[in-house]
Design a protein around this ligand. Sequence first.
Ligand code: PLP
Length: 403
Amino acid sequence: KLNSHPSGRHFLQIPGPTNVPDRILRAMDYPTIDHRGPEFQQLGKKILGQIGKIFQTEQPVVIYPASGTGAWEAALVNTLSPGDTVLMYETGHFATLWKKMADKLSLKSEFLGDDWRRGVDAAKIEARLRADSGHVIKAVAVVHNETSTGVTSDIAAVRRAIDAAGHPALLLVDTISSLGSLDYRHDEWGVDVTVAGSQKGLMLPPGLSFNAVSQKAIAASKTAKLARAFWAWDEIIEANKNGFWPYTPATNLLYGLSEACDMLLEEGMQNVFARHQRHAEATRQCVRAWGLEILCQNEAEYSGALTAVVMPVGAGGERCNADALRKVILANFNMSLGQGLNKLSGWVFRIGHLGDFNDLTLMGTLAGVEMGLVLAGVPHKAGGVAAAMQSLQQSAVAVAAQP
Ligand code: PLP
């Protein structure tokens, strides 16, 4: 029987939306102000002054009142024309959705790769671009952190591949589940459009999304012919010069974004990245100690934001079902874990360890999974939680206690 009034807090350990910290909730809990007035202008200017630091860019960052899907569309419609070819890479469910969107927008998409357990092979991109001597391909679009699989791709290597082929294609990157969690460098990696969302590493509720844009992308937007109105960068970038938006912005989410930027920058982006990697490593130690398999097959591509765990085969010779396990964990421990998406349905569950997260959040999360494995009768070895604790102790950065 489901406990409809569970005590304690809900553990929202899906790989986004993530737990919204109290500091951000409090920051949003204010009356909505005049979005054309001086108080808003101050807020707008503050956020637009800070947000580039999160993307590691000096270039404009366009903020939309939309989910990540909107920012995907914005990246395509601002830079491309009907019939343009976009080279994409099948790393998982989200790469597949972005490809479907490109097709719906009357682009010609081409998919490389088909391995949902590995990231982008930059050599394949280089070979394909070298073969495209007529420069029919106008953009390369890849997902930095595949939220469906827990596999990251090496974006700097994709940049090198495009350069090595001497190809002028734009580079579009989805960082919806990596921005604010994993090291991501829009300028240094020569990315033309970075797509991001509010509800993961930025620790905000869903509802904001982003396009960080390069000068080359802005130049492309001047001649791109796909129809666009709401998503058009030019009017937004123009209005942003004075701290405003050309339409009613999501004022209260922007209060939250301002606080999120403060929190991330106070912690220091390098510390944020190190924290995520440390929790990801402890999670993997835990999964290995359970004797379960991590979906990602290349250690260099392990995600620092989430871990997808493959369900084992039970005593009857049938693979245990991930959704049955997730249901047991939700009912008994008030914790939500990510489901297997698309062809991974029932086969994997995903542990989100990103956003507002610390050692004890991780230990609570992993304890909930271990207790759930027992209750659901999923074959595993005991001791995962202990292995994670040991990993955290070994990698702990000692903090002096207050006298
Ligand atoms: N891309 C990635 C990598 C995602 O993880 C998601 C959502 O989880 C999306 C795109 C779609 O974003 P949204 O659901 O905010 O529209």
